[in-house]
Structure formats: structure tokens, C-alpha cells
Write a protein that binds this ligand. Structure first.
Ligand code: 13P
Length: 254
């Protein structure tokens, strides 16, 4: 089964109502490859989700940037998976490095979130990635394998999971992984899935790259055999996001 190219736009903690409307109208007016070639998922902050969902044309879907680890209740400031389902939000990003590092979300906590979100019927973009220190210490694969293992040992069905490899040193730094660096980790992650889940999961799970992806570097990255798309931060707020969506064409005939 072919892995459909996937492009996520993670707006992080950015935007005003006016800016949101402007970005959405740019997306709605854009000529992009059809939905059988590329899946596009936009992830605004929680407060803008209903607005973005109501304005976006049907080709584009939405994702939350996080959700609570279990059923809602007395958890001030949290948003539950049930609420996202109730609002018709199909996707959620979990385990982003900004949450792992700044908010101290552990591998186990992220794994528990993935299980709970999937059980409520959400589709999950699960993020993994090493810091610069970890890369320099030669432990990149150990780190991403441990992060993936905490998910893999809790779930058996990967059909609704996209794995995002986002090296922390490349996020928001303008320092993109080279196509070879991205391919190497994606290949190793797929190999890890093959050995620790099943050959089918390894062959069908989309592994997308995130970290300073832009309109200029996306095509070369997209051409790598194990790069199945992108999770884009800064550039997803700009018109060049359209060029990143269009990089899906690189896979045609590949
Ligand atoms: O964290 C990211 C997407 O989730 C990547 O962010 P940048 O594209 O801004 O580096």
C-alpha cells in the first residue's frame, strides 16, 4: 500500500483572528495536488480550531496541538480528546518536542496520550526527535527508538498514526537536517518498526520530517525514499507553505 504524502502545518502558539483568516484564505485559493496525492492537516491553537475548521475548504483537515492524557474532568487548563471529537477535529499532534522539553512530558506520558486519543477515535501525529547534545553523543537512534517504543508497546493498530521525526536542533533554528540525515533516521525508524511491530506497519506508516522545512528545501527532502511528508512550523504561517504541499508531486512516479 502506497504511503500518501502528508503535510502538516503546526502554527504553534501564533496567530490573531485576522491573521488566521488571511492564512486560511491563502490556503483556500491555492492550487495544490488533489487529495489522493497529498493529505494536508492544519494545526492552529485550540482557540482557533472551530474558526479554521469552519473556513477551510474540504481538502484541508485540522489537528489540535495537544490533548489531555485521559477522560476530561477536574484538570484546569486542559482540553480532552472527547472535546476534540465533539468538535469534529480529526487529528491531534502529541509528543511535540516543545511539550517534551518545556513541559516535561515523558515518553510514557506521551505514549499514554497516544493510546487514549486513538481510543477516542482521533488520528495522531506522534513526534519524536533528539536534541543536539544527544546527536553529538551518537545516541540519536537510541533516543528516537525509546520515544517510539513507549508508543509501540501501548498500541497495536498504527493505521491512524503518523510518526513525525523532528530533530530538536533543527526546529525553529533555520538549521534543516540534510536530506541524507533525514533519510538515515527515517530509514532506521522504519527498520525499528519492522523489527518491533510488524512488516506491514513498517511498510505503511508514514514517517514525516519536521525542522526548518521551507519552500526552498522541501523538494530535495521529499525525494528521499523514507520521507513521507512534513510537519512544518514557521513556514506553515507563510504563503510558501503552498510550495511545501506541492512537493508531494516529487513522489509521483517515484
Ligand atoms: O516543530 C516544528 C513543527 O512541529 C518545526 O518547526 P519549524 O518548521 O519552525 O522549524
Amino acid at each position: 500500500m502506497a504511503r500518501k504524502f502528508f503535510v502538516g502545518g503546526n502554527w504553534k502558539c501564533n496567530g490573531t483572528t485576522e491573521e488566521v483568516k488571511k492564512i486560511v484564505s491563502t490556503l483556500n485559493e491555492a492550487q495544490v495536488p488533489p487529495s489522493d496525492v497529498v493529505e494536508v492537516v492544519i494545526s492552529p491553537p485550540f482557540v482557533f480550531l472551530p474558526l479554521v475548521k469552519s473556513l477551510l475548504r474540504p481538502h484541508f483537515h485540522v489537528a489540535a496541538q495537544n490533548c489531555w492524557v485521559k477522560k476530561g474532568g477536574a484538570f484546569t487548563g486542559e482540553v480532552s480528546a472527547e472535546m476534540l471529537v465533539n468538535l469534529g477535529i480529526p487529528w491531534v499532534i502529541l509528543g511535540h518536542s516543545e511539550r517534551r522539553l518545556l513541559l516535561k512530558e515523558s515518553n510514557e506520558f506521551v505514549g499514554d496520550k497516544v493510546v487514549y486519543a486513538l481510543a477516542q477515535g482521533l488520528k495522531v501525529i506522534a513526534c519524536v526527535g533528539e536534541t543536539l547534545e544527544q546527536r553529538e553523543a551518537g545516541s540519536t537512534m537510541d533516543v528516537v527508538a525509546a520515544q517510539t517504543k513507549a508508543i509501540a508497546e501501548r498500541i497495536s493498530n498504527w493505521a491512524d498514526v503518523v510518526l513525525a521525526y523532528e530533530p530538536v536542533w533543527a526546529i525553529g533554528t533555520g538549521k534543516v537536517a540534510t536530506p541524507a540525515q533525514a533519510q538515515e533516521v527515517h530509514f532506521e525508524l522504519r527498520k525499528w518498526l519492522h523489527a518491533n511491530t510488524s512488516p506491514e506497519v513498517a511498510a505503511t506508516t508514514r514517517i514525516i520530517y519536521g525542522g526548518s522545512v521551507n519552500g526552498a528545501n522541501c523538494k530535495e527532502l521529499a525525494a528521499q525514499p523514507d520521507v513521507d511528508g512534513f510537519l512544518v512550523g514557521g513556514a506553515s504561517l507563510k504563503p510558501e507553505f503552498i510550495d511545501i504541499i506541492k512537493s508531494a508531486e516529487v513522489k509521483k512516479g517515484a
